[in-house]
Design a protein around this ligand. Structure first.
Ligand code: WTA
Length: 635
């Protein structure tokens, strides 16, 4: 395993980028933050509107239940929208949106605020109050950020479920959040096809008793069933008198929130079959994401920023919706697939809209790289100043292609390591950081990361170990919704006093971090996070399956691909047809991203004497690697 990058493979920052960087010296700010963490973050928080200033920056009296900006009153929307209404920014574009079919919609800060106010009034009129959970299950349309912002404005807690998830995944998330209101679309466009969101919602709601009202945004126009008394069209509601304030204008008051009040829940996969809801707050989250976006991607007033993630994942929450608006930036959002109708779709939009910063996942880069350089080379990409990567380690080959073919060797790549739980970038370069392809470089100022052995001791330079975070940070998750014990257990028990990330990593002699990957039962497929237990439970819900195990194996484009091992019930025989049926079954239960690449029918699974499936043995066997310690193996 190479631990050192040859000197010629270190990419010094381009002088032009350094000259205008928001932060000129990493060392300087990192030292300031190390010396006075609370003071460092307080200085950042000063840049926002607080209805009431905080009494204390960080309350660490009851770890790991840290609190930030204690006593402070604000609302993330006051800073995303309200403050821009009284400055020149009300005329600035907040959002440029292109549909897969070529539709174009733009929103100035004024227009976006107007839509959010209208919809917030609608939500209030439906009885949505501070603290209520609202499930949002939509395609990538502007009404998705509008719905999120409207929830936050009235103090409701949104729970966005990724539009690629299917019935089972959606239903379990609605059930856990106990939402009364759900927001969806008739259908969404993806790769030239329609995803039948409303139909999936209808099926999910058969299992969820709490939902009383469903709001449906019309996007695809195909017929859907509207249940009278429960389902309402968004456009009808938006035109009702209730959408207006008393004086007739589209105004709506912003709910005053405590800094520590919940802003949203976001379900993510962990080690059990039941997805956990990560809880983020108004105050600290806002300060953390705006600071990281401003410093890492060097956002300038006239920039056009494109985060190509899905708003349904944390990347979209922090860096499509809230982060850019907090900075008063112009954000671009695209509805569809990167290769629709041709593999130059992304590059043509960069040219068309003059995008300055592109933030994407390695899997997308690898996918587009497959089609060759001719596609990007047909377009003028000279507007690009910075590039970014997120979601999984970027392999050096893809890094170099991205750097050379897309960035024309001018645009540095910000490889940002972070998680749903961290809310904000944690290990990441700044534009002034010398880069090594494949390394996320150094912790963001104020973040303390380390690599530990099983015994909790820092490992030697270049050695692999567990990645931990040793200090609290403002955008950190506060708990797992309804399950504080699981929060403690999952993240804070393995290494007392430190947050365990679930990743393994190593640190080189320059203090650069190299993320290796998950060491728990989480598989990253195309950057999407899935739990082995979720896939296994989908498989065993099929009548032919007695037992199942899922593992991730390396895949050229997707990073990892799911391979499942299935033990059939008596009376069922392995066949091609059953193989296809099971793969389809998982896609139907969880969503197409969870469809196993391959299913292997087996006569038994390697288990410990206590009955736990030893997935690492399956992995080692599949890869032809040493199987390691087998003393706990039952058979
Ligand atoms: C992985 C996504 C290497 C990692 C924002 C982490 C990365 C998990 C990187 C969180 C990166 C994310 N380099 N690995 N730059 N960014 N990861 O919650 O395994 O969907 O633990 O958040 O993605 O995934 P999540």
């Amino acid at each position: 395993m190479a631990t050192e990058t040859p000197a010629q493979d270190v990419y010094a920052p381009a002088p032009g980028v350094v000259a205008q960087a928001n932060i000129k010296s990493y060392a300087e700010v990192a030292q300031q933050a190390e010396h006075d963490l609370a003071g460092f973050w307080a200085e950042r928080a000063e840049e926002f509107v607080w209805y009431k200033k905080w009494d204390k920056v960080l309350d660490d009296s009851n770890p790991p239940f840290y609190k930030w900006f204690v006593g402070g009153k604000t609302n993330v929307v006051a800073n995303c929208l309200d403050i821009h209404q009284t400055t020149w920014r009300r005329n600035k574009l907040a959002l440029i949106w292109e549909g897969e079919d070529g539709d174009l919609r733009t929103f100035s800060y004024h227009a976006l605020n107007r839509e959010v106010c209208r919809f917030a009034n609608v939500l209030r009129s439906m009885g949505v109050q501070k603290g209520d959970r609202v499930t949002i299950y939509m395609g990538r349309v502007p009404e998705l950020p509008i719905a999120m912002l409207a929830c936050a404005k009235v103090g409701a807690v949104h729970s966005v479920v990724y539009g690629g998830f299917s019935v089972d995944a959606l239903a379990s998330r609605i059930e856990d959040s106990e939402s009364h209101v759900a927001i969806t679309c008739d259908g969404g466009y993806m790769n030239g096809k329609i995803v039948e969101l409303k139909k999936i919602m209808d099926e999910a709601l058969k299992r969820c008793a709490t939902v009383e009202q469903v709001i449906v945004v019309k996007r695809s126009g195909q017929p859907v069933t509207m249940e009278s008394g429960r389902d309402y069209w968004y456009h009808d509601l938006m035109n009702l008198p209730v959408a207006r304030a008393n004086n007739g204008g589209y105004k709506c008051s912003t709910e005053e929130m405590d800094a520590e009040d919940p802003l949203y829940l976001l379900y993510t996969s962990g080690t059990t079959g039941k997805p956990k809801a990560i809880l983020h707050t108004h105050g600290g989250y806002m300060v953390g994401i705006a600071t990281t976006l401003k410093w890492v991607f060097d956002i300038k007033e006239d920039d056009r920023w494109w985060c190509a993630a899905d708003p349904g994942w944390v990347t979209g929450h922090s860096y499509i919706v809230y982060g850019p608006l907090l900075l008063g930036a112009t954000s671009f959002m695209y509805e569809g697939a990167p290769t629709y109708p041709y593999p130059n779709r992304w590059w043509s939009m960069i040219e068309k809209y003059g995008i300055n910063i592109l933030y994407a996942a390695p899997t997308a880069i690898r996918g587009l790289m497959r089609f060759g350089e001719a596609w990007p080379n047909r377009h003028d990409l000279s507007s690009l100043r910075l590039l970014g990567s997120v979601g999984e380690p970027i392999n050096p080959e893809a890094w170099r292609w991205y750097y050379r073919v897309i960035g024309k060797e001018r645009a540095p790549i910000m490889d940002t390591w972070w998680q749903t739980e961290t809310g904000m970038f944690m290990i990441t370069p700044l534009p002034v950081t010398p880069l090594k392809p494949g390394s996320a470089t150094k912790p963001f100022p104020g973040v303390e990361a380390d690599v530990l052995s099983e015994e909790g001791k820092p490992v030697a330079e270049g050695e692999e170990g567990y990645l931990v975070l040793k200090k609290p940070w403002p955008a950190m998750l506060r708990t797992i919704y309804k399950d504080p014990e699981r929060y403690v257990q999952q993240y804070w028990r393995k290494f007392p006093g430190a947050y365990f990330t679930g990743d393994s990593a190593r640190k080189d002699r320059d203090g650069y971090f190299w993320i290796i990957g998950r060491v728990d039962d989480v598989i990253k497929v195309s950057g999407y996070r899935l739990g082995t237990a979720e896939i296994e439970s989908a498989l065993v819900s099929h009548p032919a399956v007695a037992e199942a195990a899922a593992i991730g194996l390396p895949h050229e484009v997707r990073g990892n691909a799911i391979h499942a091992y299935v033990l059939l019930r008596t009376g069922h025989e392995p066949s091609e047809q059953l193989n296809d049926e099971l793969r389809q079954h998982v896609a139907h239960e969880i969503g197409p991203i969870a469809r196993p690449e391959k299913i292997n029918f087996v006569n038994g699974l390697p288990k410990t004497r206590s009955g736990k499936i030893m997935r690492r043995v399956l992995r080692a066997r599949a890869l032809g690697l040493p199987e390691g310690d087998l003393t706990t193996l039952e058979d």
